[in-house]
Design a protein around this ligand. Structure first.
Ligand code: 5GP
Ligand code: ZN
Length: 335
């Protein structure tokens, strides 16, 4: 979900105030420019019947043409990782609050998290809810937290399943599922509800690092075979608040996570992350009490294909009619 700007240049400390104003103006017009580009892509996807506006920013229905490409992207991603011989796991789009707690997500991304609420009241409370609704007021405050969170990253539920000691060689999982992040936006590359296909390894420090590093060229080759221009850059996740700025710096400095970015809106604008490769070190091993066969704290790494982002990047790069796409792109997609 991070947008990285490989073209970003640092401002110099001695910038005069006019220069600052000029650069602010330039930034403002850059920002306006990218909003125009985002709105144009969104309009094209809606007008050409690729996506359907559901009336809330970042929520779309998907048509046949979208689904055709999306399914092809997913199948090609799976083919590209077939040698991992990963165990297939699927989870619902919500996870138990207790499992969510153990991931520590709320410490880093409280603004992206979202919980499920349900009605647990009696007849009287129901009448009060209906009266509020009748007056045109919000009524969700009559609902109670249901101890369920919308899953923000599809590998989260797996760690609780491997608490204890791993077999020799660790475990490899293939997980695809819904991901929800509360960040309404009119950028069609930023959805609130989307899917990731992840290949997750849990093992030793060496095998986790090897999984992340070894998969990067494979992922890059796949995405480039789709006719997309790709750069691999250190990720800059939007950690929340003051402490978050430090976490973000650590993430970059320690090169824990890389993103595959592509210039959806052209070379002059920030490139967009369509996949990622992430080393968690012992983060989940410690939180979920996972040990390697020789008794050390387990390390983990996951690679994630952002399925909607790759699909929309393809429509942006090649147009909204897949039948007119270059033959080598169609071949890479198996279309
Ligand atoms: P990460 O966990 O690295 O933030 O997300 C993994 C991948 O999911 C990203 O590389 C990206 O492809 C996809 N992704 C992240 N955020 C969004 C989003 O807001 N919208 C969509 N469509 N995909 C996202
Ligand atoms: Zn993951």
């Amino acid at each position: 979900m991070t947008i990285t700007d490989p073209t970003h240049t640092a401002t110099t400390a001695h910038a005069a105030s006019e220069a600052t104003h000029a650069s602010e103006a330039a930034h403002a017009s850059e920002a306006a420019d990218i909003d125009v580009a985002r709105a144009a892509l969104r309009a094209r996807l809606l007008d050409d019947g690729v996506l359907i506006d559901l009336g809330s920013p970042g929520l779309y229905g998907r048509t046949g043409v979208f689904t055709r490409v999306y399914d092809a992207v997913d199948a090609a991603a799976v083919r590209s990782q077939a040698d991992l011989d990963a165990d297939v796991l699927r989870f619902p789009p919500v996870e138990p609050l207790a499992a969510f707690e153990q991931t520590d997500y709320i410490a880093s991304f409280p603004d992206l998290a979202a919980s499920i609420s349900g009605f647990t009241g009696d007849d009287r409370t129901h009448r009060a809810l209906l009266a509020a609704r009748e007056r045109g007021e919000r009524w969700e405050s009559f609902l109670q937290p249901a101890d369920l969170m919308l899953t923000p990253a599809v590998c989260h539920p797996v760690y609780g399943l491997v608490t204890g000691t791993l077999p020799d060689g660790g475990r490899m999982f293939d997980i695809v599922g819904d991901s929800f992040r509360r960040e309404p936006s009119l950028d069609p590359m930023r959805l609130q509800a989307f899917h990731m296909h992840e290949f997750v390894h849990i093992g030793t420090p060496a095998t986790a690092q090897q999984h992340r590093d070894g998969r990067i060229p494979v992922m890059r080759e796949l995405l480039e075979s789709f006719g997309l221009e790709i750069d691999v850059v250190p990720a800059n996740d939007p950690f929340f608040g003051r402490v978050g700025q430090m976490l973000a710096r650590n993430q970059v400095e320690q090169s824990l996570k890389f993103e595959f970015v592509t210039p959806v809106y052209g070379h002059d604008h920030p490139w967009t992350a369509i996949s990622s490769a992430n080393l968690h070190e012992d983060h989940f091993g410690t939180s979920f009490a996972i040990r390697t066969a020789d008794g050390e704290v387990a390390h983990s790494a996951c690679i994630a294909f952002g399925l909607e982002r790759i699909t929309i990047a393809l429509f942006a790069a090649h147009g909204t009619d897949p039948d007119a796409w270059p033959t080598e792109v169609l071949a890479a997609l198996g279309l």
